[in-house]
Design a protein around this ligand. Structure first.
Ligand SMILES: Nc1ncnc2c1ncn2[C@@H]1O[C@H](COP(=O)(O)OP(=O)(O)OP(=O)(O)O)[C@@H](O)[C@H]1O
Ligand SMILES: [Mg+2]
Length: 324
């Protein structure tokens, strides 16, 4: 029988399961590529409010799963014993209580999920979508620490990391792999923008992100500062873990800035406004620690000075913006 000519089929990447799509608000990290089926980014589901993070390299994936599973176990142990683990004098229990206290500062974890993407099965972490419910999500990924290579990195990896984002990383202990903001048009910047920044440029990027000229930006900045201080308090207390190449993800809903303004008008002139009052600010401003692929036990129970230096720089910048 004569062979039929083969039809060429063009597959649009990524090929994802029904009900899932690329995470539209992803601003940094590993992403899908149109011509590389092996490049996998984050997914989101249809309206459920979860994101799906691919595990990546085996050693990175294992560390990140271990982190989320240990945190879940610590939360379970703490709630089972009525939050009094600190008082029992058992150092293991104290460590569990310390770890559990990080929970409000990281996305909620819903276990692992296997999904077929680009015709291959991959394991994903199912996490709370920090931008869920936001109609105009402004998202900034700030990587924390002067040192972004972990204790097991090769000399080559260490050299690569030390050449990236040099000025901001050394002077502030921070770098900016990406962000998106509504101005009101959507503006997105990736790692090339972040790599070119000096300290003044980094401050300007934050001013743009928080729209320091906008009359409601103070509300956002105060809430961001409050959440950053909560994270700092945890790092000051803990001697368990060191976070390398981990980020703070800062998200707020641009749409709510107008509600804040209108509520203020409502209070000052007493007119009845059609709009509902703005939801509590901690429902539309989130600062969370993310990306635990390079998290290691603290050596000699030392505090994580590397992370705290960067975090303090960010707090200083936000405080400065609030004073102006
Ligand atoms: N829980 C979340 N909710 C909303 N967006 C998220 C969440 N986690 C991650 N993201 C988005 O995905 C981006 C990349 O996330 P992350 O840093 O965890 O992945 P990665 O850098 O690719 O990971 P790795 O370094 O482990 O390979 C973040 O900058 C953010 O835009
Ligand atoms: Mg990352």
């Amino acid at each position: 029988m004569a062979k039929q000519p083969q039809e060429s089929v063009t597959v649009t990447l990524p090929a994802v399961p029904l009900g899932y799509c690329k995470l539209g608000t992803q601003v940094a990290g590993h992403t899908f590529e149109a011509s590389n089926a092996a490049a996998i980014g984050l997914l989101q589901d249809a309206g459920e409010g979860k994101v799906f993070k691919p595990l990546g390299k085996p050693e990175c994936g294992e560390r990140e799963i271990n982190f989320y599973e240990s945190l879940a176990a610590a939360i379970a142990a703490t709630s089972a014993t009525g939050n009094d683990l600190n008082d029992r004098g058992d150092s293991n229990l104290t460590d569990l209580a310390t770890l559990a206290a990080l929970a409000p500062h990281v996305p909620r974890y819903y276990g692992q999920q296997k999904l077929f993407v680009n015709q291959r099965q991959h394991t994903f972490l199912k996490l709370e979508d920090l931008t869920h419910g936001m109609s105009k999500p402004c998202v900034m990924d700030v990587k924390v620490g002067r040192r972004t290579w972990d204790p097991l990195s090769s000399a080559h990896k260490r050299a690569i990391e030390e050449q990236k984002y040099v000025i901001c990383k050394q002077q502030l202990g921070l770098c900016l792999p990406g962000f998106q903001v509504y101005t009101p048009q959507l503006v997105r910047q990736g790692r090339d923008y972040g790599k070119a920044l000096d300290v003044a440029g980094f401050r300007q990027a934050l001013a743009l992100f928080f729209k320091s000229s906008h009359s409601s930006s103070e509300t956002v900045l105060r809430e961001v500062l409050r959440q950053l201080c909560g994270i700092r308090a945890w790092f000051k207390r803990q001697r368990l873990l060191h976070f390398y190449a981990s980020s703070l993800l800062i998200c707020y809903d641009y749409e709510q800035l107008h509600h804040v303004k209108q509520s203020a008008t409502h209070l000052t002139n007493g007119h009845q406004l059609e709009q509902r009052p703005a939801p509590p600010v901690d429902q539309w401003v989130h600062v969370r620690c993310i990306d635990f692929a390079h998290i290691f036990p603290a050596k000699d129970a030392e505090p994580d000075q590397n992370y705290m230096f960067g975090l303090q720089s960010l707090i200083d910048i936000v405080e400065y913006m609030l004073q102006r």
